[in-house]
Ligand binder design. Structure first.
Ligand code: FE2
Ligand code: FE2
Length: 187
């Protein structure tokens, strides 16, 4: 079911946030984090949510608004939250870029910017799991889910496809592998 799939994506996102957090903790201890790993995580977040995860959630949210506007209001402005997540990510990418090009940027500033991104992503996902998904499960009718599923797999413009999913899966595995190698080198 679609909600179960979205929850699984959240777990995948959480894994990558943890990678970012681990690298950041090295940075905080004045050690050198693995920038290849950090940049891979950033690149993933630059593509994946916008082309994949958010459009799926937006579809569900549109149905929720139609079925139960009050419950939708309780979720808040989902699109705005997604936009602000993208904005926070841009700040992360810029901060890391500044570090790598030897711009004078205080360690604490970078630390703050990355932590801000991680905290908001977690907060957003927690809200969706606590408020949004249960509201959708309650309010949406079987035909809504059928419609969502058919939009997601639309032949001309699919928002979900097994091929794309496999590709993202491969990217995630690659990042986790890089992280393992980086960890092994540090021991
Ligand atoms: Fe979301
Ligand atoms: Fe989400």
């Amino acid at each position: 079911m679609i909600i179960e799939f979205l929850r699984q994506e959240h777990r995948n996102i959480e894994k990558l946030l943890r990678v970012l957090e681990r690298e950041l903790s090295l940075f905080g201890r004045a050690e050198r984090p693995d920038y290849e790993v950090i940049r891979a995580v950033i690149a993933y977040f630059e593509v994946y949510p916008d082309v994949y995860h958010h459009p799926q959630e937006d579809l569900v949210f549109r149905k929720l608004k139609a079925r139960d506007p009050t419950a939708a209001a309780g979720v808040g402005d989902l699109a705005a939250e997604h936009r602000s997540g993208a904005e926070r990510l841009r700040r992360v990418a810029q901060a890391v870029q500044d570090v790598l090009t030897d711009q004078e940027i205080p360690r604490q500033t970078v630390d703050g910017i990355v932590r801000d991104f991680i905290a908001h992503e977690r907060h957003h996902m927690a809200m969706e799991e606590r408020v949004f998904f249960p509201a959708a499960i309650t309010a949406l009718q079987p035909q809504d889910w059928v419609e969502i599923a058919s939009t997601l797999t639309d032949q001309k413009d699919p928002l979900f496809s097994a091929v794309v999913e496999e590709r993202f899966d491969a990217v995630r595995k690659h990042i986790l592998q890089l992280e393992q190698e980086a960890e092994a080198e540090r021991v």
